[in-house]
Write a protein that binds this ligand. Structure first.
Ligand SMILES: [Zn+2]
Length: 376
């Protein structure tokens, strides 16, 4: 049997999504190993992660006139984090740069924007963000914008993507920024695929057939993304990978909508300073109780691999990768509690009889292909 540790350390390992910038905004120092959070430099090293995407996540609740400045602030925080830790990290803008950075013994950091509201409805901001180093943009988050419908929107007011939205896709193609359709409504995904001339990604999404969360991708969408030459990063979020966990989360949200909203606010960086501390302290007993309940039915690393299996059976091993969503999810799967445990994923894939070649593609090779196609 293949020695999974050797295989993992030889492979180019890429994680397509984490929200650690939100923690850094609250002063989290990524140079130290933490007991909390899911990503820091020591744990990225332990996990053999070669490329980590840092998503600059714009909360849709932020007032519209602050969308651009709030996004720039998150990019500033991410770039400053790279600069401060330049012995370990470097910004990658092309796949070639990523390989060079990794060959020099550092971790390549890929900067992304999560939520196209970041454009402030100005097309010129695509090129400006690209200039700042951003290489993928998720077109939307959990609330629809004026030009893109969210997967969570049950009554879309237009057919997925407006003419402006189509222009955004064309502009991203032109400047060399990857279009990310995670969080995008199926109608929008269809439109993106009609317009784009470049491969796209769903950076952190799973299979709807295995877990019927609206954020997950249908077989038709998975096939269409594969036909486009794109790829999909499997999200580690229990609600997306495990039916039983999703059922519990759904009932908690239905019974306690206000508390769940406030918890999401805490997770998504809506509150800061004393306000954050005060809310966190007040909700701590609830968080503890719910965490204990969810832990009883929590997802495991095997659920993640089930989704990988599903994608591979449907379209082949060329179109799947990893999009953990670390630091943007609550209670990650057992044996994948943080990024230091990534080698366990290689072990699980070896046990399921994947070839070394396929495992290397899944761990990062497929993403590098799309990164190179779109950004050089
Ligand atoms: Zn997300």
């Amino acid at each position: 049997m293949t020695d999974y540790k050797t295989l993992h350390s030889k492979a180019f390992v890429a994680d397509l999504h984490c929200d650690t910038t939100l923690l850094m905004k609250r002063g989290y120092d990524i140079s130290e190993r933490h007991e909390t959070g899911h990503v820091d430099i020591p744990r990225l090293r332990e996990g053999g992660v070669n490329l980590q995407v840092f998503a600059c996540f714009l909360d849709s609740d932020i007032p519209e006139n602050e969308h651009v400045s709030a996004t720039d602030e998150l990019i500033d925080i991410t770039l400053a984090g790279i600069e401060t830790n330049s012995a370990d990290l470097a910004l990658c803008r092309t796949a070639g740069e990523a390989r060079t950075i990794v060959d020099s013994g550092k971790i390549a950091i890929f900067v992304a924007i999560e939520n196209g509201m970041a454009l402030g409805n100005e097309l010129e901001n695509v090129a400006r963000y690209h200039e700042r180093g951003v290489r993928y943009m998720t077109l939307i988050h959990n609330v629809s914008s004026q030009w893109c419908v969210s997967a969570n929107d049950t009554i879309p007011s237009f057919d997925g993507l407006t003419d402006f939205g189509c222009d955004v896709v064309r502009e991203m193609n032109r400047v060399g920024m990857i279009v990310d359709v995670s969080h995008v409504h199926p109608l929008g995904v269809t439109k993106v695929l009609e317009v784009t001339t470049k491969p796209i990604i769903a950076s952190h999404s799973c299979a709807f057939e295995l877990c019927g969360h609206p954020r997950n991708l249908t077989d038709e969408q998975i096939r269409a993304i594969a036909d486009n030459g794109g790829m999909i990063g499997i999200n580690f979020h229990g609600d997306f990978i495990s039916k039983r966990r999703w059922a519990i989360s759904k009932s908690l949200a239905e019974e306690n909508p206000a508390v769940v909203e406030e918890l999401k606010g805490l997770l998504f960086g809506k509150y800061s300073g004393e306000d954050y501390e005060e809310r966190y302290k007040r909700l701590a007993p609830t968080i503890k109780k719910w965490t204990e309940n969810i832990a009883l039915v929590n997802a495991t690393i095997e659920d993640v691999v089930d989704h990988i299996d599903y994608f591979v059976d449907l379209v082949g091993a060329e179109f799947v990768g990893l999009g953990s969503d670390f630091d943007g999810i609550w209670l990650p799967p057992a044996r994948l509690e943080d990024c230091s445990l990534m080698p366990d994923l290689s072990e699980a894939l070896v046990k399921r009889k994947y070839s070394d070649y396929d495992i290397e593609k899944i761990l990062g090779g497929n993403f590098l292909r799309v990164f190179e196609d779109v950004c050089g």
